[in-house]
Design a protein around this ligand. Structure first.
Ligand code: AHR
Length: 502
């Protein structure tokens, strides 16, 4: 058994926990929308066709914001296709995912779904095939109360109240050669600046997100952010980061350390943004919108099967997550929380069926994937302030990141409770963790563990299925002892330890 120590000191406050850290993403991709959130005729569907089982799981997940409608999809999307009478809506080729988009769901239905689910919408505009005018038209349609052509059209379509969308993404992954309308940093920076300027003429209080890099391994990483921000600095609030991770070549230990890349990604983007700010003589700080992150087995089949030409809502990107995926995922979430001073928002990509914590059968059951649990627990228990903690623990060598600590952790704290989120990345060894929580107020010995749960499994590749939905789920960890306060964390595990004054 490995030994580790960790001190929790409220003086090491990072920032308040931001609810928008717990955002997600719904794209018109595969079965995320159709047979995901929406399936008229499903036994649990409401009168609008929204699946009640998915709504219940979405609420349980504790999601705050939801990005829509893409993703790569948005770069070819005509938002006008998705409004008005359904029978008149066109079917279109979705070039991004080689699918047919029926437009049964559009902006008005999506906003109704967010209201029922209790989520804040975050909208992306198409800067791939479209530009300033279409973005401003969409903003007018969504946010102007009434009295203009497009706001009155929204009312005529049944949405009396404005959608009041505060956060807008200026395109999606425009640095990626796969993107429809892919641009150079300067081309994108210019169109993003012009779009932002026009949108702010409609409403200066909007929160705008410029596209950053689609991953830290992009050849333009760093220079892309610098160029884009030089064009847009005064006009935007956030720069996006996107990152997906997977186990490669059977290197589980390396995969479990993938948060080291996210750490490097955030620090580099923040420094680049600050450098641009300094160069421009600005005191403004740009924050990060990490609006796509997850485990994604990108190396596996992505496109629709040959012979399935332009299918409607085909099963795409339906990764079935195992325990190790959930532990890597938990470590990514810990990283986002640890950077709450500069990460203003984040979106786990995506919500249902497509690289998602929630899976559904068309017409049938819905269940929680392994990754559901770290997200739901953090969304529920991370309250008050984020407190930085640095476990003193053994390290292990990885090919990609060098020496990495076996434990990765963050704490949050409000007036009543302190919660420690910690993963054990060791693939073989349990860790006995001794906690020094004396600084929490009442001196050593006066703090106790109220509840400890662990997500682990003897088979690190164990998955949940519709037939066995709770195979991998958090279970009570009863190994904790006091004097000194300590607990055993199994290998490859995600742990939530709730502390309170005795
Ligand atoms: O989330 C899946 C895809 O990943 C999104 O459409 C795109 O933005 C990213 O490459």
């Amino acid at each position: 058994m490995l030994q580790a120590q960790l001190t929790i000191d409220p003086a090491h406050r990072v920032a308040p926990v931001r609810r928008r850290t717990f955002g997600t993403f719904v794209e018109h991709l595969g079965r995320c929308v159709y047979t995901g959130i929406y399936e008229p005729g499903h036994p649990t569907a409401d009168e609008e066709g929204f699946r009640g089982d998915v709504l219940a799981l979405t609420r349980e997940l504790g999601v705050s914001t939801v990005r829509y409608p893409g993703g790569n999809f948005v770069s070819g999307y005509r938002w006008e296709d998705g409004i008005g009478p359904r029978e008149q809506r066109p079917r279109r080729l979705d070039l991004a995912w080689h699918s047919t988009e029926t437009n049964e769901i559009g902006i008005d239905e999506f906003i109704r779904w967010t209201r029922v689910a209790g989520l804040e919408p975050m909208m992306a505009v198409n800067l791939g095939t479209r530009g300033v005018q279409e973005a401003v038209d969409l903003l007018e349609y969504c946010n102007i109360p009434s009295g203009t052509a497009l706001s009155d059209l929204r009312i005529a379509n049944g949405a009396k109240d404005p959608h009041d969308i505060r956060m807008w993404c200026l395109g999606n992954e425009m640095d990626g050669p796969w993107q429809i309308g892919h641009k150079t940093a300067l081309e994108y920076g210019r169109i993003a600046a012009e779009t932002a300027r026009a949108m702010r003429m409609v409403d200066p209080s909007l929160e705008l997100v410029a596209c950053g890099s689609s991953g830290s391994s992009m050849p333009t990483f760093g220079t892309w952010e610098a160029t884009v921000l030089e064009e847009t600095y005064d006009l935007v609030d956030h720069i996006s980061c996107h990152a997906y991770y997977e186990e490669k070549d059977g290197d589980l230990a390396g995969f479990l350390a993938c948060a080291s890349d996210m750490e490097h990604f955030i620090s580099t983007v923040v420094s680049t943004a600050d450098q641009v700010g300094a160069k421009l003589g600005s005191r403004k700080k740009i924050s990060v919108s990490f609006d796509e992150w997850n485990v994604w087995y990108l190396s596996r089949v992505q496109a629709a099967e040959p012979g399935q030409d332009w299918p409607v809502a085909p099963p795409l990107l339906e990764d079935h997550y195992h325990l190790a995926d959930a532990v890597a995922f938990g470590s990514l979430l810990i990283t986002l929380l640890r950077h709450s001073d500069r990460v203003a928002a984040a979106c786990m990509a995506q919500l249902v069926n497509v690289i998602a914590p929630i899976m559904t059968e068309p017409g049938g059951r819905a269940w929680r994937q392994t990754t559901f649990h770290p997200f739901a627990q953090a969304a529920r228990h991370a309250k008050g302030d984020v407190v930085r903690v640095e476990p003193v623990c053994p390290t292990y060598e990885t090919a990609e990141f060098g020496a990495v600590p076996v434990l990765h952790a963050v704490a949050t704290r409000d007036e009543t409770e302190t919660t420690l989120f910690v993963v054990n990345r060791s693939t073989a060894e349990p860790v006995e963790l001794e906690l020094d929580a004396g600084a929490l107020g009442a001196g050593t010995g006066a703090v106790r563990i109220v509840e400890a749960t662990t997500l682990t499994h003897e088979d690190v590749y164990a998955r949940n299925t519709a037939d066995d939905p709770d195979r991998v789920a958090p279970r009570p960890n009863t190994s904790h002892r006091s004097d000194p306060l300590r607990i055993v964390l199994p290998p490859v595990s995600w742990n939530v330890i709730r502390l309170s004054r005795a």
